[in-house]
Design a protein around this ligand. Structure first.
Ligand code: SF4
Length: 246
C-alpha cells in the first residue's frame, strides 16, 4: 500500500515504537509445526497487514539482496495476473519450494495447517464464494472470463499434529487478526485500517510499492490482454521494475 519513498520512514518509526517486537510476540503464541512442502497454501498467499508487510520488506532488504530482483518481478506478475492464473506461486516461494521469508512470513501463512478441518473448510468456502462473486463481476462488467480452476477449493492441510489440542481455534484466529489490525492503527489512519484497506497479500503490497498505487487502474487491462494471449502490457510493467532494489 505504501509507495517505496515512504516505506523507509515508516519502517524506522515501527522499529522505534517496538511494533516489530509486538508482532514477534504475536507469532510466538502460535504452535510451530513442520511444513510438508505441498505448496498448496503458497498458491494463494493470504492477506497480510501493513506491519507484516514492513516486517517482510525489511527482511528482504537485509537478508535477500540477491533474490530481490526476482521477487519484485514475480510480485508484479502476481499483482496483474491474480486471480487469472490460479497456478501462480507466491513470489516469495523459491525454485526449491521453500519460503524465502519463512522467519517473517505473515500470520495467514503460519495458520495454514493449524486449524481444525471443519474451521478450515468454513474459511475455504468463504474464500471460494468471494472468488465466485469476483468472477461473475469480471465476466458481466468487464468481459473477463476467469479460468474455472480459479474456483477450486484447496485441500485441507493436516501437518500430522496428532491431536487437536495444538490446533488454533477460530476465536483465537479472530483475536490474532484483531491484534494485527490494532498494530496497524499505530502506523496509519485507524479508519483505513478498520475498512481493511491495509490488508492484502504480500506480493500486492510489494507491487504497489514499486509501481505506485495508480497502477491498480491498469490491472484489468493487463489481465484481459494476458488471457487473450498477449504478454505485452504485462512485460511493460515488469520492464519498469527491472533493476529496482528494496
Ligand atoms: S510468504 Fe512464504 S509461506 Fe506465505 S505464501 Fe509466500 S512462500 Fe508461502
Amino acid at each position: 500500500m505504501l509507495p517505496i519513498g515512504e516505506i523507509y520512514s515508516v519502517l524506522v518509526y515501527a522499529e522505534n515504537r517496538g511494533f516489530f517486537a509486538d508482532l514477534e510476540k504475536l507469532y510466538e503464541g502460535l504452535p510451530e509445526k513442520e511444513c510438508t512442502g505441498c505448496n498448496v497454501c503458497c498458491q494463494n498467499p493470504p492477506d497480510a497487514s501493513l506491519l507484516e508487510y514492513l516486517y517482510a520488506f525489511r527482511y528482504c532488504r537485509e537478508a535477500l539482496p540477491e533474490q530481490q530482483a526476482g521477487i519484485i518481478k514475480r510480485a508484479v506478475e502476481y499483482f496483474f495476473l491474480e486471480p487469472a492464473v490460479p497456478e501462480q506461486m507466491c513470489p516469495f516461494r523459491s525454485a526449491e519450494n521453500e519460503c524465502l521469508i519463512s522467519p517473517v512470513r505473515p500470520l495467514g501463512c503460519r495458520l495454514f495447517g493449524l486449524l481444525k478441518e471443519g474451521d478450515y473448510e468454513k474459511l475455504e468456502k468463504e474464500r471460494v464464494e468471494k472468488l465466485k462473486a469476483l468472477a461473475e463481476f469480471l465476466r458481466t462488467e468487464h468481459g473477463i472470463e476467469l479460468p474455472h480452476a480459479v474456483l477450486a477449493s484447496r485441500p485441507y492441510c493436516d501437518r500430522s499434529l496428532g491431536n487437536d489440542t495444538a490446533r488454533v481455534r477460530m476465536e483465537q484466529v479472530d483475536e490474532y487478526r484483531m491484534r494485527l489490525l490494532m498494530l496497524d492503527t499505530g502506523l496509519v489512519n485507524p479508519e483505513l485500517v478498520f475498512r481493511r484497506r491495509t490488508l492484502c497479500p504480500l506480493p500486492v503490497h510489494l507491487a504497489i510499492s514499486v509501481l505506485n498505487a495508480g497502477v491498480r487502474a491498469k490491472r484489468l487491462d493487463v489481465m484481459r490482454a494476458f488471457l487473450a494471449g498477449s504478454r505485452e502490457p504485462l512485460d511493460k510493467y515488469v520492464g519498469r521494475v527491472a533493476g529496482c532494489r528494496l
